[in-house]
Write a protein that binds this ligand. Sequence first.
Ligand SMILES: N[C@@H](CCC(=O)N[C@@H](CS)C(=O)NCC(=O)O)C(=O)O
Length: 294
Amino acid sequence: MHESTDYHPDDLWIWKGPEDGNGGTWAKINAPTAGARFERDMPTGKHPFQLYSLATPNGQKVTIMFEELLNAGYAKAEYDAHLIRIAEQDQFSSGFVAVNPNAKIPALIDVSGDNPIRVFESGAILLHLAEKFGEFLPTCPEARAETLSWLFWQMGSGGYLGGGFGHFYKYAPRKFEYAIDRYTMEVKRQLDLLNQQLESYRFISGNQYTIADIAIWPWYGNLILGALYDAAAFLDASSYRNVRRWAEEIFKRPAVQRGRMVNRISGPLEEQLHERHEPSDFDLKTADKLAKMT
Ligand SMILES: N[C@@H](CCC(=O)N[C@@H](CS)C(=O)NCC(=O)O)C(=O)O
């Protein structure tokens, strides 16, 4: 074991502040208090849905869902995707916190009805949109229950993969074998579970593509394809053959190709679209895109 053994928790935990002790890449932007930290309104566009997000796995779920709905012909699913730079703490503005009191992306305002409806938590947003458009959520009770079970499974296990494995393997300023072992074992158990499920079915909850796939792919699909935490070799990703087959099939979907670009601010420039307001934004040449970048 390589971790330090000289730490013993005090009787009372005292926050040392963002620059001291807790200063990992993401940990340092957080504090033990909730709520807005400064006043700023959110921008609004002209479409029925106003999304405030970033292309993390949780953010990709929602932009993929919108692009799938538009691809399926639902013109009323048009959306404006406003960029929230979480590393710069945009999520702590009064305007953002009014949409999501939990101050995390993604956050949505549905302005398609008489009164604006705010929706936060990526799983709740997927369910809201699936019910609104009657798409990607089967109506037969058995298939619906199976889809919702896998959707909630992802929402429950996301913390192990992102906040646990990803945090300690990639972002923590020091590496602790105990934490990496604990979360690697759990992530591999979850991968094995998905691999077994995908042995019998083409998609996660059966033979239909649903919001369960849309929720799980940005995490496990990206992980297995080597696009998350750079951890494919460490996790022996190639041994989960059914997950790989599923991840590759979904990656090729045109809506997934578009959705994963929206609100993306890292990686190859041709894969970044900082804000999305019109379908034609995807056709912008790199130079025009750069000019529009925030
Ligand atoms: N359970 C939430 C998790 C949202 C979440 O953790 N968002 C992260 C990015 S993936 C975030 O906004 N982090 C900023 C922060 O922690 O301040 C969901 O699924 O929507």
